[in-house]
Design a protein around this ligand. Structure first.
Ligand SMILES: Nc1ncnc2c1ncn2[C@@H]1O[C@H](COP(=O)(O)OP(=O)(O)OP(=O)(O)O)[C@@H](O)[C@H]1O
Ligand SMILES: [Mg+2]
Length: 130
């Protein structure tokens, strides 16, 4: 598959997305370690959509030599204070379950967050290095 485009509405979707991303990154030639890194990074933001916005959507594809993912929702957005803490690395997760957005940032090459009271978009990419 060269384009994944699907809604995020339930825990089952999280499982489906993990499986599709694993397949796509394997096919693209990422190492097993990087396949897991990308899956983990994407799962964190998909989990956030389910938790904080209820539903949303995802697109993922290889663009040239990069795996590019966009996750969006129309929830209330990330509070500005939280966003600032995420930016400077001082955010402390309430649940402590995953590594959250800071984990996603560590695992991907680039993460861009656009958030407002009417929704959130996260763009992330990981290059396919030799
Ligand atoms: N899609 C979103 N919509 C609204 N708020 C969000 C969204 N994603 C994240 N947030 C807010 O940003 C905070 C930080 O998210 P992050 O994933 O880094 O940590 P967490 O969800 O609190 O904990 P963890 O992911 O480690 O279990 C969340 O607690 C939430 O308040
Ligand atoms: Mg989270």
């Amino acid at each position: 598959m060269n384009l994944l485009k699907m809604p995020i509405e339930s825990r089952q979707d999280l499982g489906l997305i993990r499986r599709e991303i694993a397949k796509m990154t394997k096919e693209a030639g990422y190492s097993p370690l990087v396949q897991v890194q990308i899956c983990t990074a994407v799962a964190e933001v998909v989990r956030n959509v389910l938790l904080y916005a209820g539903k949303g959507g995802i697109t993922a594809r290889m663009r040239r030599d990069k795996f590019v993912v966009e996750v969006w929702d129309k929830g209330k957005g990330i509070p500005l204070e939280t966003l600032a803490e995420l930016e400077n690395g001082t955010y402390k997760s309430k649940t402590g379950l995953g590594k959250g957005i800071n984990g996603t940032k560590n695992l991907m090459d680039r993460v861009r967050i656009l958030t407002s009271p009417s929704g959130t978009q996260l763009f992330m990419e990981k290059a396919l290095n030799a």
